[in-house]
Design a protein around this ligand. Structure first.
Ligand code: F0G
Length: 363
């Protein structure tokens, strides 16, 4: 493991998240060998050999293996529907890995700050593991379906005043003292689960030209990019897709930083968008997200709530896919990129649709 900030190196530890020297977020270095040999079964644990660490207890609900749906309207567009995961979002991939670690290492509970989906997923997986679960949500603006899932699976739901960024900083300040395993995406082990989306796309499609990903905290776009980087280093693919990060215009510090060429984003104090899952002004993984976008030769876009709404409807009515607003941001970004001629219409593209429409019936 390495700290990209101060270049410190660490032995593999499933309980190390931040650099003890500079507080940078630790990255896991993984070398993939013989990618297609010994891949068995379906879903996330099909890639067990390619996920570092040891897993005496595996907590799985059959996550991963989600549909890659060919678009009806666009020639070379594929829609990776993460809403088909057990709790209805991509979070289940990382949660299966991270909760397996918490159960294996004997933690007494897990904790996560969330705009909703992380909480729903953490709740289901910790119920399955028999672990206590604490989910900390901003008191206002979390989609109904996600709060209901958290309560239903028996989590202790704590609502705090303030936005997600404030809630997350509180969780970061308490998790170690409370001996809870943290399930937010600053935990690099969660991202090891999420990178398997790249493996699936690669097995089904090879390496696309572009991957459009909705960006909130920035963990998922980094995880997917990392998966592709590992495959290129192993010689499985010849090129890494250009990663395109899409944010809602009222909460777009990463899109702005990439467009303006800033080294450090200008964080947004009061993020605003109806896509509540990505209503994040101070993304904890901003360095990782910018790295994934710039190192892959990609770009970033901010889309308006109106564009997200139109994309959500187009997906529902033209493609038959129910995506929650934040998820539809990737498709909104794709439409915008086409209309601005930022990508060619025949470019092989995957839009990641991160969560299910049923999550947010009020949106
Ligand atoms: N799409 C959905 C549906 C999400 O729930 C999230 C994040 C994202 C996209 C953004 O992913 O943070 O890795 O860039 N939801 C988190 C949560 C913040 O608490 O559920 P990211």
């Amino acid at each position: 493991m390495v700290c990209p900030n101060c270049s410190s190196k660490f032995a593999l530890s499933q309980a190390l998240f931040m650099c003890p020297h500079c507080s940078g977020l630790i990255e896991i270095v993984n070398r993939v060998e013989n990618f297609s040999g010994e891949l068995e079964g379906r879903g996330l644990w099909r890639y067990a050999r390619l996920i570092p660490g040891t897993y005496p207890k595996i907590i799985s609900l059959g996550e991963g293996g989600t549909p890659l749906i060919v678009s009806r309207d666009y020639g070379n567009l594929y829609l990776k529907f993460e809403g088909a995961n057990p709790t209805g979002s991509f979070k289940d991939r990382g949660m299966s890995v991270a909760v397996s670690i918490a159960a294996s290492l004997g933690y007494r509970g897990v904790i996560a700050a969330s705009t909703g989906n992380t909480a729903a997923s953490a709740s289901a997986y910790s119920a399955r593991a028999g672990l206590a679960s604490y989910v900390v949500l901003p008191a206002a603006g979390v989609a109904l379906g996600k709060v209901a899932q958290s309560i239903f699976h028996g989590s202790k739901v704590i609502e705090l005043d303030g936005n997600f960024d404030e809630v997350l900083s509180q969780v970061i300040s308490v998790f170690e003292r409370a001996s809870f395993y943290p399930l937010n995406s600053f935990n690099p082990w969660r991202l090891e689960g999420q990178k398997t989306l790249a493996y699936e796309v690669c097995e089904e499609l090879g390496s696309p030209d572009y991957m459009f990903v909705p960006v909130g905290n920035g963990g998922n776009i980094y995880a997917i990019w990392k998966g592709f980087v590992e495959l290129r280093e192993a010689g499985v693919i010849g090129h890494i897709p250009r990663m395109v990060g899409v944010q809602a215009s009222g909460a777009s510090p990463i899109a702005h930083a990439v467009q303006a060429g800033l080294d450090v984003p200008r964080f947004v104090e009061k993020p605003e968008t109806f896509a509540s899952a990505i209503r994040i002004g101070k993304p904890v993984n901003w360095r990782r997200a910018i790295k994934a976008i710039t190192h892959s030769g990609g770009f970033a876009l901010a889309v308006t709530d109106r564009e997200i709404r139109d994309a959500q409807y187009a997906l529902a009515r033209r493609e038959g896919i129910g995506a929650e607003p934040a998820s539809a941001a990737s498709f909104a970004g794709y439409s915008l990129a086409l209309s601005r001629s930022l990508i060619a219409p025949d470019a092989k593209t995957v839009c990641v649709l991160t969560g299910h429409a049923l999550k947010d019936p009020d949106a």
